[in-house]
Write a protein that binds this ligand. Structure first.
Ligand code: BEZ
Ligand code: FE
Length: 258
């Protein structure tokens, strides 16, 4: 089957579904024009990934794209807030600089584990790339108090046993951007904009399928109610006190490339 053939088949089914909805609800010319204006605004605001996320379409595509029965770490949605070419961090890895307004109740968090293949072989060549919000004020790109690339960074594991560790701060729940057309959509359908606290990971290793995932933390008020529906139980990792900081174990298992 050629790509053109597949596109033709998928588009035909899509149009049949859309036409069915328009007929079922007797959508008027005015309503259809408003819908087209909305989609135009989504494109102009570069919010199509965000729209896919909040409509839980990204979660559906993720679930259909990645198997979960071979012991590999569960994948998850990337979201729109990854920044290309994040800084390489030296070891011991710390992914943030202190900033004014990070909050008095900010908790230092060490995440540690090892990167292995599904057969248990350590992957010292793996590159881990993380991004997250700070404990206050959201992502660096929204929060002018934070230096550029704060709470972002990548590094190569290098340890023979695949072990890694990095220092960060426990993030807090936050809202997806609501100041554009997707914010208007959320209002219109009565959907809240909150996500539970999480840390995004991209992990790449030679001869393995790249992993994009997120780690969540217990007792978060939005675990059951993530606006993008991306929480998977296996990705909710325990957090324990250790001395003056917190520790979260997260073993990362990559699937060999097909
Ligand atoms: C995020 O977690 O960074 C995110 C995911 C979906 C929409 C907006 C933000
Ligand atoms: Fe995020």
């Amino acid at each position: 089957m050629t790509d053109t053939h597949r596109t033709g088949e998928v588009v035909a089914d899509l149009l049949e579904a859309v036409h069915g909805v328009l007929e079922k609800h007797k959508v008027t010319e005015e309503e259809w024009m408003a819908a087209l204006r909305f989609l135009t605004d989504v494109g102009r605001a570069d919010e199509f990934i965000l729209f896919s996320d909040v409509t839980r379409t990204s979660v559906l595509i993720d679930a259909m794209s990645h198997g979960d029965d071979d012991g590999a770490t569960a994948s998850d949605v990337e979201g729109p807030l990854y920044v290309e070419d994040p800084p390489w961090r030296d070891k011991p890895v710390r992914v943030y600089e202190d900033y004014e307004g990070m909050g008095d109740d900010a908790d230092v968090l060490f995440i540690r584990g090892s990167v292995t293949s599904t057969d248990g072989t350590p992957l010292p060549e793996a590159v881990i790339d993380i991004w997250q919000t700070g404990p206050s004020g959201g992502y660096d790109i929204w929060d002018e108090r934070q230096p550029e690339h704060n709470f972002r960074g990548r590094w190569k594991v290098e340890a023979d046993d695949g072990a890694y560790e990095f220092q960060t701060m426990l993030p807090k729940p936050y809202t997806v951007p609501t100041d554009g057309p997707v914010g208007r959509y959320l209002d219109a359908v009565g959907q809240h904009p909150w996500r539970p606290a999480h840390i995004h990971f991209k992990v790449d290793a030679p001869a393995h399928a790249p992993l994009v995932t997120q780690v969540f933390f217990p007792d978060d008020p939005y675990l059951e109610n993530d606006t993008i529906g991306a929480v998977k139980p296996a990705l909710v990792r325990p957090v324990e006190p250790e001395g003056d900081h917190l520790v979260c174990p997260f073993g990362i298992v990559l699937r060999p490339a097909a």
